[in-house]
Design a protein around this ligand. Structure first.
Ligand SMILES: [Zn+2]
Length: 335
């Protein structure tokens, strides 16, 4: 019996010990669990502290960056202002340099023109080459430009005028020593070539207007279309044959041409076309009367004129104006 109690006691004791051990383990486990939360909480707290610290740093950096940006944009504005000023100065310099170039080119052209004029005056190779430049159908918006060019080369020319709204320019033409000739008042073929009376009535009208402005009568004329024109035949058969004789009886000298610039072949031909027509046609002659036109549309005639003059000078031509005694450059009459 004693042994049985002893076994029971042992078993009880063992159970008790086991329970106690289980309790201890449970307590340890709970404690450990609590330890882990605390530790994480501590880590969170530590992290939060770090985050807060990082936020502070970021704020500080952002503030720093903002400060730097402000400084940067101030520098940028200053830089832009400097660049703008530099560009302005560069532009001014470029404009000034261009002015210098233009003036130098003008001066050079004038010197060249003077030299050419001097060499042409000094003596032609064959001593005979002479050129009469003539301008029909003006005066116009281009008259003063033509006069400027002629003045630049120191040469004289002839203007066969009609009754334009710029007729007062014949005073400039005359004052600069050029000849003013009569072309017609109306330049209307049908009207002037219908009969000889109509022709002379028209001629008298332009003659009177010119006399009123210049104080003298011009005695040099050019028929519209030239004395060789066939279009007059549409209005009056044989009228050119009559007129060419009659004008001489009335004290006029008429002039055709032997070099055509072709500037009337279209409204505004290229200046190279006009220049080449004149220079190519002048090459095999010694005495030329050049037909050109002074109307507002003939801008390329004005453009070609300096090269025409220089080209002719290089061929040895000298220039003169037509006077009543000048040889007539008459075409063959076709009507
Ligand atoms: Zn004409």
């Amino acid at each position: 019996m004693k042994k049985s109690i002893s076994v029971s006691t042992v078993i009880f004791t063992l159970i008790t010990l086991l329970l106690a051990a289980a309790l201890v383990f449970s307590l340890i486990f709970i404690k450990r669990k609590n330890d882990s939360i605390e530790r994480i909480k501590a880590e969170v707290a530590a992290n939060e502290s770090s985050i807060s610290s990082a936020n502070d740093t970021i704020s500080a950096l952002e503030s720093d960056i903002a400060g730097k940006d402000r400084t940067g944009s101030e520098f940028k504005a200053q830089l832009e202002a400097e660049q703008a000023e530099k560009k302005k100065l560069e532009d001014e310099n470029a404009a000034l340099k261009k002015q210098i170039e233009t003036l130098s080119a003008k001066k050079k052209a004038e010197e060249e023109a003077r030299k050419l004029a001097a060499s042409a005056q000094a003596g032609n190779p064959d001593g005979r080459r002479v050129c009469y430049l003539t301008f029909d159908d003006g005066p116009s918006d281009n008259t003063l430009k033509i006069l400027d060019i002629l003045h630049r080369y120191g040469i004289k020319a002839t203007f066969f005028v009609i009754n334009t709204d710029k007729l007062e320019y014949i005073k400039n033409i005359n004052d600069e020593g050029h000849s003013v000739g009569l072309h017609s008042c109306s330049h209307n073929y049908e009207a002037i070539y219908s009969n000889t009376d109509a022709y002379f009535a028209d001629l008298q009208t332009i003659s009177d207007r010119v006399r009123d402005i210049l104080g003298y009568e011009s005695k040099i004329i050019r028929f519209p279309g030239g004395s060789s024109n066939k279009v007059s035949g549409k209005y009056c058969q044989g009228i050119m044959s009559k007129l060419t004789g009659m004008v001489a009886e009335k004290g006029y000298s008429y002039f055709d041409w032997n070099v055509s610039s072709g500037d009337a072949n279209s409204n505004t031909p290229s200046f190279t076309y006009i220049r080449n027509n004149v220079l190519n046609s002048a090459r095999d002659k010694n005495s030329i009367c050049v037909l050109m036109h002074d109307t507002s549309a003939k801008t390329t005639t004005v453009q070609a004129l300096p090269e025409i003059i220089e080209g002719l000078m290089k061929m040895g031509y000298s220039f003169d104006r037509i006077v009543p005694e000048t040889y007539g450059y008459h075409h063959r009459v076709n009507n």
